[in-house]
Write a protein that binds this ligand. Structure first.
Ligand code: BES
Ligand code: ZN
Length: 632
């Protein structure tokens, strides 16, 4: 019976003005349902959500969220609304002209695509204002990380958090999962009493007695920025409009590490204008969080690896804060335009660091990035996808994750730095401030940006600039600005001498200490070392400077990478402990990659055995990447 009803609805769809959803023309990855974004099935051109209300019950016993996604739609003339889902169980869908009156309706779930998930086509009428989707998450839900107490700092309570970017929100909420549409949202969330729930929205400062929490996000945001974290957390204020959520065990460390947060917000505002999201808080998640930071609006999600103990990782916060302008205020329309989010953010991050800590520090950070960019470009030239070094990406039929390389981030930032050099900082800042104002709370494509750039900056100043080459061609244009740092050059030299077999840590450097150099200097040193380095030399350096056991986790990542590449087995226990503790993808993937690429088959065996144990502490995002590295 149900099948027949669905068939009738499908045929009905053929004779309407909306894109019909028929068996033959089920939306698939090769169809672009809304014309531009290839990573969504939703028909946002015809009908779109304007406000989403979530009723959520977060159940830690069976690792399931039971939810109702109440979509308020715009005025339309459609008989079908298409949503994205992935790994969700849909229980029923109801419609209403008003909020309180619900009537069940039919829906069709499309074929399962490994990357995009499924389309959920709901039969509606022209006067449908509310679409309510009753659903639950499953063990296939990729956005959610459910952590046993042993994987938290306190080890007493379980923890759960979501990661939506790029296209994972559809795996915990049925919605139109495209950055092309912006929505406001509200939520009523029930969690076990004793735990705190926080979202990318207005947040509680204290736990409620009954585990019920209400949230409002009044500004319109893209779906990938809806986020939730639940755990044993406390709030620590760090200024008038900023603070940090963390497990109680981390409060003191957070207070020290993020003491400059207020100043950072002030610095950002002084460059590109008012912070428009009222409150700026951080939440320090467990170590499994797959990123350094994620710019969920009003509430940056951060990995505890940024608590280095010496404030050496605060540029990650500058980065996520900068996204409050580039990314959250002005959003990439599709994942092919990702550089509009990340390139602008890396540029702005550096400006914030310069304002707070001076030009020398900021240049050192940018130079380290430039080294990364050079090796990325080198690798890409001979890869299956050399076109990935264009700023404007072509990710059709590929995961948006494939675009998360140094290109959108660093080539993007150097494009803006080169533009800045061509017109002068003063004019460039006026232009960028105007850009954020003109596009606030909008989503834009690369082409929109180019048109705006020509009209507002290049034409009025009669400047000819190779914009097309920067954006649509591979590699790095010749006019890219260059930076120099004597301090980093010195470290490169030092590494060069080690590579030649010289014992540099006798004589003047015999008493050198770790604290004699900042972590970026050490990073340059470690990256300058060749894999031909002998075990003996590496172990001696490690004894003196303790890279494997102390301090900055970014350095550890580089050090263990070198250990695998140089065949150093002595450092394996420390490397294994690191890989089991930390789930931040950029830190761990290079180590596993070295295991895979090693000529010694024992390295891959070792990597696989570490991964087998470590993966319970990895979010899907990292697990999936490492699985591919080791097994495909
Ligand atoms: N928005 C990104 C993280 C992201 C990108 C998640 C694409 C999923 C898909 C975030 O702002 C970011 O870039 N984080 C970096 C910070 C670094 C560049 C300072 C990270 O996690 O390392
Ligand atoms: Zn970013």
């Amino acid at each position: 019976m149900k099948k027949l009803l669905i068939a009738a609805f499908l045929i009905g769809g053929l004779i309407t003005s909306c894109a019909p959803i028929t068996k033959d023309s089920q939306p698939t990855a090769s169809i672009e349902p809304n014309g531009i974004d290839v990573h969504t099935y939703s028909n946002t051109k015809e009908i779109r959500t304007v406000h989403l209300h979530l009723d959520l019950d977060v159940n830690f016993e069976n690792h399931t969220i039971y939810g109702i996604a109440r979509h308020e739609m715009n005025p339309h003339t459609c008989d079908t609304a298409v949503f994205d889902i992935k790994g969700l169980a849909i229980n029923k869908v109801t419609l209403g002209k008003e909020k309180s009156k619900e009537k069940e309706t039919e829906y069709v779930i499309g074929e399962d695509d490994e990357l995009l998930g499924q389309s959920l086509a709901v039969k509606i009428t022209k006067d449908t204002k509310y679409i309510n989707i009753y659903y639950q998450t499953t063990e296939k839900t990729e956005a959610l990380d459910w952590l046993e107490p042993s994987l938290t700092a306190g080890k007493k309570h379980p923890y759960m958090y979501t990661q939506g970017q790029a296209i994972l929100t559809r795996s915990w909420i049925p919605l139109q999962d495209t950055p092309m549409n912006r929505i406001s949202y509200s939520a009523d969330v029930k969690v076990p009493a004793g735990l705190l729930a926080i979202m990318s929205a207005s947040n509680p400062e204290k736990k409620s007695a009954n585990g019920m929490y209400h949230f409002e996000m009044k500004q319109r945001i893209p779906a990938y920025l809806i986020a939730l974290a639940v755990g044993d957390m406390e709030y620590t204020s760090l200024g008038d409009n900023c603070g940090v959520y963390s497990e109680p065990e981390l409060v003191e460390a957070c207070e020290y590490e993020f003491a400059d947060l207020s100043k950072m917000i002030e610095a950002a505002e002084s460059i590109y204008g008012e912070y428009r999201w009222d409150q700026y808080d951080l939440v320090i998640l467990p170590y499994s969080f797959p990123f350094g930071g994620m710019e969920n609006p009003r509430l940056t999600f951060a990995n505890p690896t940024i608590i280095a103990g010496d404030r050496s990782m605060t540029s990650v916060i500058a980065h996520e804060l900068a996204h409050s302008w580039s990314g959250n205020l002005v959003t990439n329309a599709t994942w092919n335009d990702f550089w509009l989010n990340e390139g602008f953010t890396v540029y702005f991050e550096n400006r914030i660091m310069e304002k707070l800590y001076g030009k020398e520090s900021a240049d050192i950070l940018a130079l380290i990035e430039f080294q990364d960019l050079e090796s990325e470009l080198d690798r890409m030239k001979d890869s299956d996808h050399p076109e990935d070094s264009q700023l404007k990406l072509q990710l059709d039929l590929r995961s948006p994750d494939d675009g998360m390389t140094d290109i959108p981030y660093i080539k993007g930032a150097f494009f803006l730095r080169t533009l800045e050099a061509a017109v002068g900082r003063e004019k460039f800042d006026v232009f960028l401030k105007g850009y954020f104002d003109a596009h606030a709370f909008k989503t834009i494509t690369t082409e929109d940006f180019v048109a705006y750039l020509n009209k507002e900056l290049l034409k009025p100043n009669s400047i000819s600039f190779n914009t097309k080459e920067w954006i649509y061609e591979t590699g790095l244009p010749d006019n890219c600005v260059t930076l120099k740092s004597d301090r980093l050059d010195k470290m490169k030299n030092l590494a060069g001498r080690v590579n030649k077999g010289e014992n540099v840590f006798i004589g003047s450097l015999a008493n050198a200490k770790r604290s004699d150099f900042i972590s970026q200097e050490w990073q340059t040193f470690i990256r300058g070392l060749e894999p031909t380095i002998s075990n003996e030399t590496m172990n001696r350096i490690d004894d003196q400077f303790k890279f494997s056991t102390e301090g900055n986790p970014a350095l550890k990542s580089d050090w263990f990478h070198l250990a695998v590449k140089s065949g150093n087995k002595k450092l394996r226990p420390e490397a294994a402990a690191y890989l089991k503790k930390i789930g931040r993808r950029w830190y761990i993937e290079s180590i596993y990659q070295a295991c895979r690429d090693s000529e010694d088959p024992d390295d891959l065996v070792w990597g696989k055995s570490v991964f087998t144990e470590a993966q319970k502490n990895y979010h899907f995002v990292s697990k999936n990447t490492i699985q591919e590295i080791l097994y495909e």
